[in-house]
Design a protein around this ligand. Structure first.
Ligand code: ADP
Ligand code: MG
Length: 530
């Protein structure tokens, strides 16, 4: 029983246990049921929410679609509008372009027309320029013909030619040069009386050294043709005598002396092919207080020991150096040496006033082997001392003596010229060293040219008047009884060469012995024209 009881108890306990488990399961079921219900409710709720959401979404989608359609159509409309606008703008641009094109075409046409017109003008201008050139050429030719004829007349008359050179000044000038190139007008200091002068040439202050040389180069070259040529530079101190004769440096400012020597050396080289062989010698002397000094001998002083000798038509100063010249360089070196040796002293007029005359002498001997002709020419280039009167230059003591000597030789030169002008039987060449030295050039068969240099300043007007009067007197002088200049050529046989051909018309003049050869002296009475 007990066992049964026990079994019962166990069963009861088991039942209780089961019942408890069932109660638990039921409770669990109930809670699960509740959960299911909650979930169902929730689902239901969320479904309805979803449904609403879906509905609203669908509505929204529909709305969006509508909107899209609307936007699309709007876009299309806009696109259409845009393309329309663009077209319109394009048209406007086109129009503007067309307008510009039209304008440009017009401009191009205009430019073409102008170009054509200017081309026509250019052609006209060219034609006129050519005509002007032609006329200028003719005028130049006429002028050079006139000059050549004038020179010929002067030579026929045997006149001493005079060129006037007016130096530049910064002040108001008292001298006015006429455009004809041969006359000038001087206003005197008191302003009352004007004086007009005419010379063979008047060089105004703008004239350059090369223009001056251009005018005298033919004359210089005559020395090569057998003439005795003399060029003077006259004027008061500071008027440009040395500037004209010697100039400065080795370039454009070179004066007549260095240019002449170079020209003669070059010309002699050119003549060599015609069969002429030249030898040249130069001396350079200074005459100061009637004494001669050799400028080519360094350290030499003025002395009486040098005497002037005229021998066989050639003038020499005894005891002075004669240097052989064979090139332009050797000649230039000689000129430089001589100009450094010059006596230069100060006076009130010009700190570098030269109180002496300098004479550059070039002796030229030309030999023509095949014809046996010999020709002797000489070139004297003279830079005279200042022509001013003593009172004005303020010279005193020793310098007064110098000024007197200078004036003496200048007045002797004037006397020689007036005796020649008056065709006096006696010409006082021997009154001064200067005139005696230059006698062969002045005395008949030479060619003489004088440069009268003037300072155009009002303060110098009186001196200028004196210079111009002196020059006018010189201009009237006839050399060699109007026979004109004579060439000095001797020949031993009858002429065959071209040089001798010019001499056909020449008549015998004098006999000359030279070494073992006896030559027949012939000289031309014709004026030279080349
Ligand atoms: P002169 O020999 O007559 O006393 P210069 O030839 O020595 O005179 O001239 C005096 C100064 O004037 C020099 O310095 C010179 O260079 C200058 N001179 C003279 N003539 C001219 C000219 N035509 N052009 C430029 N300078 C000149
Ligand atoms: Mg001088």
């Amino acid at each position: 029983m007990e066992a049964a009881q026990e079994r019962l108890k166990a069963s009861e306990e088991a039942v209780n246990g089961h019942e408890a488990r069932i109660a638990g399961v039921v409770a669990q079921l109930e809670s699960e049921q509740k959960e299911v219900e909650r979930l169902e409710k929730q689902l239901k709720e969320s479904t309805s929410v979803h449904k609403t959401t879906l509905e609203s979404l669908t509505t929204a989608q529909k709305a969006l679609e509508r909107e899209r359609t609307e936007l699309l159509s709007e876009l299309n409309a806009l696109k259409e509008a845009d393309s329309l606008r663009k077209n319109k703008e394009g048209n406007e641009q086109n129009k503007a372009l067309e307008a510009r094109l039209l304008e440009q075409t017009r401009e191009v046409d205009n430019a073409r027309r102008i170009l054509k017109e200017s081309e026509e003008l250019r052609l006209q201008l060219e034609e006129r320029q050519a005509r002007i050139q032609e006329l200028e050429h003719q005028a130049l030719e006429a002028e050079s013909q006139r000059r050549a004829l004038h020179n010929q007349i002067q030579e026929l008359r045997g006149n001493v030619r005079v060129f006037c050179r007016v130096r530049p000044t910064e002040n108001e000038p008292a001298v006015k040069c006429a455009p004809d190139g041969s006359s000038l007008n001087l206003t005197r200091a008191d302003g009352k009386e004007n004086a007009a002068f005419e010379f063979d040439r008047v060089f105004d202050p703008s004239s350059k050294q090369d223009e001056i040389f251009e005018e005298v180069s033919q004359l210089v070259q005559s020395a090569l043709d057998g003439y005795k040529v003399c060029l003077f530079s006259y004027g008061q101190t500071g008027s440009g005598k040395t500037h004209t004769m010697l100039g400065e440096g080795n370039g454009d400012m070179q004066g007549i002396i260095p240019r002449s020597v170079a020209k003669i050396v070059e010309a002699s080289e050119k003549n060599a092919h015609k069969g002429w062989k030249y030898t040249m010698h130069a001396s350079y002397v200074e005459i100061y207080n009637e004494q001669v000094r050799d400028l080519l001998k360094p350290g030499s002083s003025h002395s009486d020991k040098h005497s002037i000798v005229h021998k066989n038509g050639v003038t020499e100063v005894s005891g002075v150096q004669r240097e052989h010249i064979d090139s332009v360089e050797s000649a230039a070196a000689l000129v430089r040496r001589a100009s450094a040796a010059r006596v230069v002293e100060a006076t009130n007029m010009n700190a570098q006033s030269s109180r002496s005359h300098t004479i550059f002498m070039l002796y030229i001997v030309g030999e023509h082997a095949s014809s046996g002709s010999e020709m002797t020419g000489c070139l004297n280039l003279v830079d005279l001392a200042g022509s001013e009167r003593v009172g004005r230059s303020g010279a005193e003591g020793k310098r007064l003596k110098e000024a007197c000597a200078i004036n003496k030789s200048l007045s002797s030169l004037g006397d020689v010229f007036s005796a020649l002008a008056a065709k006096q039987a006696h010409v006082p060449y021997r009154n001064s060293k200067l005139t005696y030295l230059l006698q062969p050039c002045l005395g008949g068969d030479g060619k003489t040219l004088m440069f009268v240099n003037i300072n155009p300043e009002t303060a110098s007007a009186e001196e200028t008047m004196c210079s111009l009067k002196f020059a006018a007197q010189v201009n009237a002088v006839q050399l060699g009884d109007g026979k004109g200049a004579q060439r000095r050529i001797t020949t031993k046989m009858s002429a065959k060469s071209e040089d001798a051909a010019d001499e056909k018309k020449e008549k015998p003049r004098k006999e000359k012995e030279s070494g073992e050869r006896k030559r027949k002296a012939i000289s031309s009475s014709e004026p030279r024209k080349k």
